[in-house]
Design a protein around this ligand. Structure first.
Ligand code: PEP
Ligand code: MN
Length: 314
């Protein structure tokens, strides 16, 4: 803190440089994916969904259960996360699972419940499409199509999803490099869809204590080199609910444009990903703890009036 309680911020020159064009080293490294990179004169992509802007000044939280289970579970969660400040409801109706014997999702019935939740709450809906055959049906109900980690390199799925024109939430493959990730984004762009949200959700490393390793440097790099919005999924990145709030704060500090978080009325009884799912109280606490980080984030946006932002955190 400076004199008079004013928080002094670093100048963050690297972010400003990023806005003016990317260092040639990165252009060389990512030469295969020219259209996803920042270049002078190319604007930041802002993905518009209902009245929500992802990639702009707002920090957008997407929250909800791993899987859609019942009308009660989904509606209780939707109402709760909306009141706590989420703008988008997540929930899988088609579930890619690590075990073939785990719950695979409610399919169409789950999509209908999601659409009903949107109607009741005004939240936008993000849900996964697992195969190109399901894309038209999922697109009929979803506002944002999620491409899961296990599907990131399924180019037939990416092409079908891109051609719907719906915003695409593209999750990083669990063994994908940043270049692999951006290649998948380039496929979506090549199929005429510029509305892409990149999602860092952890990668496989030699670490075993956590489900995945949260690649925070990946978020920093993506924000530096790409004009696409970047969000973080601390739930799948860690696999443990007690790590999720801290990783969310780290994601905001790293420059993420939003979060994707798993929340359930009774997390221990969740049909999938119970251990990483937050309760309503956990979620409220996490959202409250994010506020000062989100205020600080505003000061990093070059377009924003720094004086005004400083007042927010002063
Ligand atoms: C999910 O979001 O529920 C999911 C299955 O995530 P991922 O594809 O990142 O494993
Ligand atoms: Mn999950």
């Amino acid at each position: 803190m400076g004199a008079g309680g004013t928080l002094r911020l670093p100048r963050l020159r690297e972010v400003e440089n990023g806005a003016n064009g990317v260092h040639s080293k990165w252009h060389d490294h990512f030469a295969e994916v020219p259209d996803v990179l920042k270049v002078p004169g190319r604007e930041q992509t802002i993905v518009r969904v209902l009245d929500i802007e992802i990639g702009g000044d707002d920090f957008v939280t997407m929250a909800g259960p791993c899987s859609v289970e019942t009308e009660f579970q989904l509606m209780a969660t939707a109402n709760h996360v909306r009141r706590a400040g989420a703008r988008v409801l997540r929930g899988g109706a088609f579930k890619p699972r690590s075990s073939p014997y785990s719950f695979q999702g409610l399919g169409l019935e789950g999509l209908k419940m999601l659409a009903h939740a949107r109607q009741e709450t005004g939240l936008a809906i993000v849900t996964e499409a697992m195969s190109e055959c399901d894309v038209p049906m999922v697109a009929d109900y979803a506002d944002i199509l999620q491409i899961g980690s296990r599907s990131m390199e399924n180019y037939a799925l990416l092409e079908a999803a891109a051609r719907t024109g719906k915003p695409i939430l593209l999750k990083r493959g669990m063994v994908a490099t940043i270049a692999d990730f951006l290649r998948a984004a380039q496929i979506v762009l090549d199929n005429g869809n510029p509305n892409i949200i990149l999602c860092e959700r952890g990668i496989r490393t030699f670490e075993t204590a956590m489900r995945n390793t949260f690649d925070v440097a990946g978020i920093v790099l993506l924000k530096l080199i790409s004009h696409l919005p970047v969000i973080a999924d601390p739930s799948h990145a860690s696999g443990s609910r007690d790590l999720v709030p801290a990783l969310s704060r780290v994601a905001v500090a790293a420059g993420a444009d939003g979060l994707l978080v798993e929340v359930h009325p009774n997390p221990d009884k969740a049909w999938s990903d119970a251990e990483q799912t937050l309760s309503f109280d956990d979620f409220d606490e996490m959202m409250a703890s994010l506020d000062p980080f989100i205020a600080l984030r505003a000061t990093r946006l070059p377009a924003l009036d720094r004086e005004r932002a400083m007042e927010t955190v002063g």
